[in-house]
Every structure is written in structure tokens, then in C-alpha cells.
Design a protein around this ligand. Structure first.
Ligand SMILES: C[S@@+](CC[C@H](N)C(=O)[O-])C[C@H]1O[C@@H](n2cnc3c(N)ncnc32)[C@H](O)[C@@H]1O
Length: 213
């Protein structure tokens, strides 16, 4: 991580009020949101965990289809906005609270995990740890939309902020997901620097170790 977690939280607290209107509102971001929502595809009995939920772009869009949505983030400002939106939409099956990739702070089982445009704040080794943590929660599906590099990073025109963001190559993410016991079932390139990965496990294996035990 190029900046301490507290600094990321403060940075997002500061922009929370304008995030939905001005921050990140690129075609690539919108395409990732749409793909993550489509691939998450929860059923009516599913609990969905949205990690790095921000103002709730993904979690709120899935609430109608899921039994329950749990949003976790390190920025209270971003989650306050998510809670307001949930109230405006009359959603009573969503909950937003403090949690990180390292410690999602979730009780009970989780069926589908989603994360959009959040994991790229972590360094590669931390991303690997985060993916292991997700696998340990035992979901049957993990949908990851993010800044990720399909080719060489272009230092002349990065579509992210290299001083705070630390995107991985798709290869690093794919290896981490398969090492954690997931099968990669879809790879969507939205742009050479943005994409969505879909990782699945057989339902009910109880294999939280990712090595078949
Ligand atoms: C660019 S926003 C994306 C928010 C939302 N997922 C979306 O698609 O609009 C990134 C979010 O990740 C959160 N975040 C950054 N590092 C995190 C970490 N280590 N654990 C949990 N959330 C984190 C930030 O607070 C911020 O709300």
C-alpha cells in the first residue's frame, strides 16, 4: 500500500459528498459497475458482502435480488452516504459498517463477495492476503472489478493515480485467486487498465483452505 490505510480513509471521507457526481464517474468505472452487478447475480437467499463498498454503488444495486447485503469500508463518510441512499430507496436489508480487506468484520456466512475499484489501493502481497481472507469467508462467487493491468502500465497516461493507487497485473490477481481455491470463470477487459474478474467455487464444499481439505 502506497499510503497508510488511515490516509486512504481520510481521502475518501473528504470526497464522499461529491463521489457519486464527480469522482470516478468515467465510462470505464460505469462499465465495471455494470459488469460486477451482472456477474454477482445473487439469489433471494444469498448474503452479499461488498468490500470497499464506498457509497454503495454495487451493494445497493444488488439489494433487491439478495436476502441481505453487507457493505464494509474504512471510510465512514462514504458509508454515511450509502446509508442515506439506502434509506431514500426504502431498502431495509442492507447494512454498512467498518471493515477492511484484512479484517472484513463479518459474522455468519457469505454467499457472494463483490468488490469494485477498491482493492487497487493495496500492494500485491496485501491483495493476495485479501483474496485469502475472502476465500476464508467461503463464498461460492467472488466478483472483482478494479483497476488492473492487462498489458504494460503506461506511465504517460495512467487512468489511475500512481501516487496513491497500486494496481496489479491480471496475472497476479488470477494466480492469487486460483491459489486461494477459486476457478476463474470470466475475465472481462473493459480497458487495458480496468477489468472484472469472476471467481467461483463449488457450493457447499466447506473448503475454506482453498487446497481441497
Ligand atoms: C474508489 S472507491 C470505490 C467505492 C465503490 N466500491 C464503488 O464502486 O463506487 C474505493 C473505496 O475503497 C475503500 N477502501 C480503500 N482501502 C480499503 C481497505 N483496505 N479496506 C476496505 N475498504 C477500502 C475506500 O474507503 C473507498 O470507499
Amino acid at each position: 500500500m502506497k499510503r497508510p490505510i488511515e490516509e486512504h480513509a481520510a481521502r475518501f471521507d473528504e470526497v464522499a459528498g461529491e463521489y457519486d457526481d464527480t469522482q470516478n464517474q468515467t465510462d470505464e468505472y460505469r462499465a465495471c459497475v455494470s459488469l460486477v452487478v451482472d456477474y454477482a447475480d445473487p439469489g433471494p437467499e444469498d448474503v452479499v458482502l461488498d468490500l470497499g463498498c464506498g457509497t454503495g454503488a454495487i451493494g445497493l444495486a444488488l439489494a433487491d435480488r439478495a436476502k441481505r447485503v453487507v457493505g464494509r469500508d474504512i471510510s465512514e463518510g462514504m458509508m454515511e452516504r450509502a446509508r442515506e441512499k439506502a434509506a431514500q430507496r426504502g431498502l431495509d436489508n442492507v447494512e454498512f459498517g467498518e471493515g477492511s480487506f484484512r479484517d472484513p468484520n463479518v459474522d455468519g456466512s457469505v454467499d457472494v463477495v463483490v468488490s469494485n475499484f477498491a482493492m487497487h489501493h493495496l500492494g500485491d502481497e496485501e491483495k493476495r492476503e485479501a483474496i485469502d481472507v475472502v476465500a476464508g469467508l467461503g463464498p461460492r462467487r467472488f466478483v472483482l472489478g478494479d483497476v488492473m493491468l492487462f498489458g504494460e502500465a503506461d506511465p504517460e497516461s495512467p487512468l489511475y493515480s500512481p501516487e496513491v493507487d497500486d494496481p496489479a497485473t491480471v496475472g497476479v490477481l488470477a494466480d492469487a485467486l486460483t491459489d486461494a481455491g477459486f476457478a476463474l470463470t470470466a475475465v472481462e477487459m473493459v480497458h487495458e487498465q480496468f477489468g472484472v474478474l469472476v471467481a467461483e467455487r463449488a457450493t457447499g464444499t466447506g473448503d475454506s483452505t482453498g487446497d481441497g481439505r
